[in-house]
Design a protein around this ligand. Structure first.
Ligand code: HEM
Length: 450
């Protein structure tokens, strides 16, 4: 997919129409940061529609309308209903103090992952071929701390039964969503085996998260009104949503966070560890920074994270060269002129983030992994264009989990580099969209204890 998009840009230029694909409306790909900016800015006054996940739309608005009703969350929801739900939750989700409250929990989870890796390594320090599955468990554990206030124990040697069922359901969801979204939509005609497995997984996720939300709600009710008021800045995301709204809002939000907050973050971590392993010099610079701020065994804290600019630069560079969502989109809700072409309402505009953020005109030596380009003192001009690298999207619909994703990734990468020197002693892995853009194949990293 990445090669196809690069090829289309090379052959046809900054704007390309792709029409006649089975089961899809016409699409217009834009590769130029000025054009991406123009389309994104125009939506500021509108309700942005992101063309995504028809299979989830069918689940939320058809099969499980009983649960989701009219306020079905933010994923696969559009128009005033999307706005109403997003307005309910966005302030809490994007407040820096909400994310900061989780530093301890996220640090604990990262520590458990370090312990797990120590057990997984063979005598040479190499982890097994299915290491990405372990990364999924870390990601699921982290999101559960945020969305459910629960410690699931995913990284324990024997996770509890309903935790394992949730891990399995989320894995099944991952494995099937790509097939349903990227291949011809036969599931719209008859219930294919993939579709049936996908729906069963979504039902399991719904049932298990519901149990945790009920528990959190009971614990909150048991606190009494005065204690609830005392929580103040200490309140968790779930408590804030439960205090301000009903349990259904909290439940639907938790489901959305589970659906899009796990594989994105897993893919980003897989990519980051792989790139760090393949770039020993940059790894050494990162290690020096981590050792200076955290010492040999210090914990990650909010203050420590603010003192590690190179760590943030490493993650920015990974997501510039390998954005886990290589293209994002909007369905036009009005006829719009882009690059001199009148594009009719209903067309999907696809922002080609991967191609844009790998172009020389925006990032000199774009093919080189150079985290230092993001350090202000070294290159005050980076990025040359503010719309050239947008791994979390833009505007009113941008990623609502960004602060949590960054907290999780910065914390776990800092802990990995504090504890291990990473290597990858195998032929390079190709990157593929699967359904996130990440290294494809056995991620047999070597973790040497420091
Ligand atoms: C590296 C990790 C992640 C990346 C690269 C990422 C990227 C994205 C992108 C590109 C979008 C579309 C934005 C747009 O249309 O402008 C998005 C939306 C979204 N993300 Fe993330 N995401 C990540 C992690 C997370 C996490 C951890 C959560 C949950 C805690 C999350 C929750 C969401 C939600 C709910 C939306 C939909 C927002 C809406 O439509 O209103 N994401 N993300």
């Amino acid at each position: 997919m990445d090669r196809v998009c690069l090829g289309l840009h090379e052959r046809y230029g900054d704007i390309v129409k792709v029409a006649g694909l089975m089961g899809r409306p016409d699409m217009v790909f834009v590769f130029d940061a000025d054009l991406i900016e123009q389309v994104f800015r125009a939506e500021d006054a509108l309700l942005p529609v992101r063309p995504s996940m028809p299979s989830l739309d069918a689940f939320k608005h058809g099969i499980r309308k009983d649960l989701f009703g009219d306020l079905a969350g933010v994923i696969a929801v559009h128009g005033p209903r999307w706005l109403e739900f997003r307005t309910r939750v966005q302030q809490v989700m994007l407040q820096p103090r909400t994310a900061k409250r989780y530093v301890g929990a996220i640090q604990d989870t990262a520590e458990s992952f370090v312990t797990r890796i120590r057990k997984l390594r063979d005598s040479k320090g190499e982890v097994p071929a299915d290491f990405v599955n372990e990364i999924h468990k870390w990601s699921l554990e982290s999101i559960a701390r945020v969305a459910l206030d629960a410690r699931l124990g995913c990284l324990d040697d024997a996770p509890p039964a309903d935790t394992q069922a949730l891990i399995d359901a989320v894995n099944t969801f991952f494995m099937n969503v790509g097939v349903l979204e990227l291949k011809p939509p036969l599931w719209k005609i008859f219930p294919t085996p993939t579709w049936r497995a996908y729906i069963a997984a979504l039902n399991d996720i719904t049932t298990i998260t519901s149990r945790y939300i009920t528990r959190a709600l009971e614990a909150l009710q048991a606190l009494g009104e005065d204690k609830k008021a005392e929580l103040g800045n200490d309140a968790s995301l779930l408590q804030r949503v439960l205090v301000g709204h009903d349990a259904r809002t909290a439940h639907i939000l938790a489901i959305d966070l589970f659906l899009v907050g796990i594989d994105t973050t897993s893919a980003a971590l897989a990519s980051a560890l792989y790139q760090i392993a393949r770039h020993p010099e940059e790894q050494e610079t990162l290690h020096q920074e981590v050792a200076r701020v955290l010492g040999r065994d210090g914990d990650v804290t909010a203050a420590a994270l603010e003192d590690m600019p190179y760590l943030r630069a490493v993650l920015k560079e990974v997501l510039r060269m390998y954005p886990v969502v290589i293209g994002n989109g909007r369905t036009l809700t009005e006829d719009t002129v882009v690059a001199g072409y009148r594009i009719p309402k209903g067309t999907q505009i696809i922002f080609q983030h991967y191609v844009a953020s790998n172009q020389e005109r925006y990032f000199p030596a774009a093919g080189s992994f150079r985290p230092s380009r993001w350090l202000r003192e070294e290159s005050p001009q980076c990025p040359v264009h503010p719309f050239a690298s947008l791994p979390f999207g833009y505007g009113r619909r941008m990623c609502i989990g960004r602060r949590f994703a960054e907290l999780e990734l910065h914390t776990v990468v800092a802990k990995m580099v504090q504890n291990f020197r990473l290597e990858f002693n195998h032929p390079p892995l190709p990157y593929r969209v699967h359904p996130m853009y990440m290294p494809h194949g056995p991620l047999k990293l070597t973790f040497h204890a420091r």
